[in-house]
Ligand binder design. Structure first.
Ligand code: 5GP
Length: 112
């Protein structure tokens, strides 16, 4: 079980921002910005590179959920960044697809 599956199963705690039957969004335990939320599908896809056409609706829902998170946490005016890390060079550390939503500070570009 990935750490995120344990959060979905409520076996370990998380500060949940939003959830429905398909996705859950919760605050990152080690935030990289004043707002740092992870949007996670409840069904495990290990990483974006392993998604298939069968995941199309779920992938769309993940992105739409970032907008819900942004609205709930007052990021729509100030702006925010949506990030997916895929594989070693990107620093992926949990093999359960997740979309980072970062905001409430000026974010550098390109990322480090
Ligand atoms: P990645 O590096 O794979 O793109 O992102 C994984 C993220 O999950 C990291 O930002 C890390 O801080 C976060 N994370 C790891 N374990 C936990 C946990 O148990 N709870 C929460 N809320 N976040 C976690």
């Amino acid at each position: 079980m990935t750490i995120f599956e344990k959060i979905v199963a409520r076996e370990i705690p998380a500060k949940i921002v939003w959830q429905d039957e398909d996705v859950i969004a919760f605050h990152d335990v080690n935030p990289g910005a004043p707002v740092h939320v992870l949007v996670v599908p409840k069904r495990v896809i290990p990483r974006i590179a392993e998604s298939t056409a069968a995941d199309q609706a779920l992938l769309g829902k993940l992105l739409l959920t970032t907008r819900i998170v942004a609205e709930k946490l007052d990021l729509l005016t100030s702006g925010y960044r949506v990030v997916i890390n895929n594989g070693p060079d990107a620093g992926e550390s949990v093999p359960h697809l997740h979309v980072h939503v970062l905001g409430k500070r000026k974010l550098g570009w390109p990322p480090g």
